[in-house]
Design a protein around this ligand. Sequence first.
Ligand code: C5P
Length: 424
Amino acid sequence: MEKIALLENRRILLGVSGGIAAYKVCTLASRLAQAGAQVDVVMTEAATRFVTPLTFQSLTGRPVYTTMWGALDAALGEDAVLPTHVVHVGLAEAADLLVIAPATANTMAKLAHGLADNLLTALALAARCPTLLVPAMDVEMWAHAATQSNVATLRERGARLAGPARGRMASGLEGEGRMVEPEEILGHIRLVLGREGALAGRRVVVTAGPTREPIDPVRFVSNPSSGRQGFALAQAALDSGAEVTLVTGPTHLPTPVGAERVEVVTAQGMHDVVLATTGAADVLLMAAAVGDFRPETIASQKIKKGEHDLGVRMVRTPDILAAVAARWPDSGRPRVTVGFAAESENLPDNARAKLVAKNLDLIVANDITARDAGFAAETNRVVLLDRQGGLERLPLMSKAAVAEAVLERVVALLTAKEVIDGDA
Ligand code: C5P
């Protein structure tokens, strides 16, 4: 698992209260630590009945805190400067984010009423950083008026909630109260930590995935785009604090937490949504593999398989980037437009020609003949070309890392443009 720029060296206080969902929080702790965050786990006594402190200590590589009393000198390490009785203040002050997962009905009730009868609740009172609560409890406990009123109080005070989800409980009951999955919790953490990023208050439209052009009700023409690069770009834009609209062709990828997902099928459908949304956008990242051709007519019934071959006349689809450039020429919207070029030959020359023809600020080009890059691969090897003649070859990297690199350039381009336009 790899680093996430947003999380590197961020201090996350992970409070674990006593519910069976605690076992899933081990995955979260591990994921956060691998992403580069410094994770300090604080467990309630009940939580230690479900998972041992040693489990979290092993996953985070850091001491785990379970009590306000005794034995904390050892846990703090030799060079600790904190006297044990103010351990909660020290931990709370240093944190960038307090996440409580699972947050039980009992712990949330204590938080709502300002009780501080264990290290976790004392920390929550002392903390000034944002708080993310991840509730997990039985259906009836979640639905209870006391819990609902506590949650409302906590929300009013600024706490954010992730979930709960609907589903099967450990008790066998079905309903609302299940803790959301670790990947989704991670998405909420990224959303909170990214809020003050370089793109805070900016709108970014990202397109992703393939398009599908129907021949008849059961057949279509498409391409092998997985949508991964586009989804990674949407996540990177969210990490920078942007409001993100993700316009996607058919893919099964989960929506990055915080993005507004708009599903489309055909190139024409994507064209319509992009034109409707980019007028208010600061940035357009056109990562979708838009089909260039569609069948001229769509048969309304399934075409029967006969003796003869089938000839399908294909006609051009609209070029979305060309339509955007025509609608908002030069200094209009979006401020920064990034295109992607999948090339199988003459990569730099072809990409530069597209940069100019499509009126782009940046083009991200990849060689689709390489096995470890492009369409359905997990990794990508891209070349970035800009309008000033700059050409930068990035090494083979994950699509998430490519996305972070592209977003860095986007922030720089946006800043430069606004200084020039004089409306920074
Ligand atoms: O010309 P080519 O299709 O290779 O250009 C690729 C870039 O143009 C990508 O950013 C892609 O999303 C965009 N595109 C488009 N409309 C099309 C085809 C491609 O905006 N019909």
